[in-house]
Design a protein around this ligand. Structure first.
Ligand code: PGA
Length: 236
């Protein structure tokens, strides 16, 4: 695992955005899985600022996860944290971006659709995500097998409670639909970003504890190209 500590959120986001730009300029048809949440927001802004015409003409984006039962129109949805800030400003057409339909009557079919898409692309090039206070990646909660592709997950109480920060009204969150941990392990590059002091404890655990399914983000240590990029407030 490559651990890098940046002076602040700005420097962390600059590095992450420049990494994505360099990657897509080398591999224009890259497939990139991106996360919602507060962590990647400045990275998205910087990618949009850096993008030149045609940089993203062949790139496919796959959104990492969604809250089951939440409409894409809900400002707290995962989609609402990605689409207006990344895929719309980059003019990515619908056929090159995938969001989970968390209102689908057949969530298993939704998982199969995303699994098939990623497989058809030859796997993910980059998966770049934040980290939950419990060490989750996407909505892969502690205890999730490293051997799973997209699936529906049962949320831990801490995820349901921390998730309230995205919603204006109290919202029942009990399940997620998410890209799986095997997708992380099979991605050419797996990146976890963390900033701010509230992430310090979990980053310390990722660094110091052994690899275990009890700590999903620990999979970075067995990834051939796993990166943990944090700011000083989250670093140890
Ligand atoms: P955050 O969420 O980026 O809003 O901190 C990360 C997560 O819970 O996975």
């Amino acid at each position: 695992m490559n651990l890098q500590i940046f002076s602040d959120y700005e420097a962390l986001s600059e590095h992450a955005a420049q990494f994505v730009m360099n990657y897509v300029r080398q591999k224009p048809n890259a497939t990139i899985c991106v996360a919602s949440g507060e962590t990647p927001m400045l990275t998205f802004k910087k990618i949009v600022e850096k993008a030149q015409p045609h940089d993203f003409d062949e790139v496919t984006f796959v959104a990492l996860d969604e809250w089951v039962g939440i409409s894409p129109d809900n400002p707290g949805s995962c989609r609402a944290y990605i689409e207006p800030y990344l895929t719309l400003p980059l003019n990515i057409p619908a056929e090159r971006v995938s969001y989970f339909d968390a209102l689908s009557a057949d969530l298993e079919a939704e998982c199969a659709r995303v699994n098939d898409l990623i497989a058809a692309k030859g796997g993910l090039d980059i998966i770049m995500v934040g980290i939950g206070l419990n060490g989750h990646l996407g909505l892969n909660e502690p205890g999730t097998s490293f051997d799973t592709y997209a699936h529906v997950s049962e949320l831990e109480p801490i995820t349901a409670s921390v998730g309230q920060k995205y919603f204006t009204n109290e919202t029942t969150l009990s399940q997620g639909i998410t890209v799986g941990l095997k997708h992380f392990l099979e991605a050419k590059v797996a990146i976890v970003l963390a900033n701010g002091s509230r992430k310090k404890d979990i980053i310390g655990r990722v660094i110091n504890e052994p690899v275990s399914e009890a700590l999903p983000a620990s999979l970075l240590k067995i990834h051939a190209n796993g990166h943990l990029w944090v700011d000083e407030a989250a670093g140890v």
